[in-house]
Design a protein around this ligand. Sequence first.
Ligand code: ATP
Length: 236
Amino acid sequence: PQPPPLLELRDVRAAYGRITVLHGVNLSVSAGQVVALLGPNGAGKTTSLNVASGTHPALSGQLMLGGRDLTGANPRDLARAGVCLIPEGRGVFPNLSVRDNLLMMTFTGHSRDEIETIAFERFPILAQRANQPAGSMSGGEQQMLALARGLATDPAVLLLDELSMGLAPLVVARLYEQVAEIASHGVGVLVVEQFAAAVLGIADHAAVLVRGRVQREGAPDELRAELSALYLGSST
Ligand code: ATP
C-alpha cells in the first residue's frame, strides 16, 4: 500500500472574521514531491500555508500529517511534527549576522558545527557572508539563508511562500534547483507562487487556487498552457 501523504489539507475552510477565504481546499504533498500552489492575488494561497503550519485555524476540514490527524494543533506542535514554513519576506533577522541567524537554530538540537555544515554545504556563498548583517545581502542570498535556517529543523514538509518575490529570474531559477534537490532527499515541498513559470519547471504537481477554491490541478505541463488564460495574462 502507498504510504499516506506527508501533508494533506482535506476540505479546509478558513475565514478572517466573517469573511470566508478558503471554501473547502484539498491539497496533498508526498515525500520527495514538489507541489506548486498557484493563483492570483488574494486567492488564499498564504492562508492555505498558514493553516498547514497551524498559524491560522481552519473553520472546518482536516490537517493530516503522515496520516495523523493534527487538525487544531498549534504551530509549535506542527513544527515538531516536521512542518517548516518559510514566510514571504523570508523571516531572517536583518540586523544579525548571517552566522548568528544560523546559530540561533541550535534550539533544534543540532550543534553549531552541524548547522553551519548544513547551511554552507548547500549554500557556499553563506560562508563568505557569515559575518555580514543578513539584511545587507542580496534578496537571493537572504532567501538562501531562510532556506538554510529551515533545513536546520530537519523538515519533513517545507512550505515556501513566494520565494521568487523581488528576485531576478536567474536567481529564482537557481533557488528552485536547490528546492528540487532538497525534495530529492525525501522532503515534501509545497510552494506558493503568483507567477508560475519558474516553479512549474521543478514541480511534480500543480494546483491553481482561485477565490479560495482549487479550480484546476494536474501535471505542470498541462497547466502551463492554461495558466495564462486562467489569470496570469502574458507574464508566464
Ligand atoms: P497574495 O498573493 O496577495 O498574498 P494569497 O493568495 O496568498 O494572495 P491570502 O493572503 O491567503 O491570499 O489572502 C486571502 C484573502 O484573505 C484575501 O482577500 C485577503 O485580503 C484576506 N486576508 C488575508 N489575511 C487577512 C487578515 N489578517 N485579516 C483579514 N483578511 C485577510
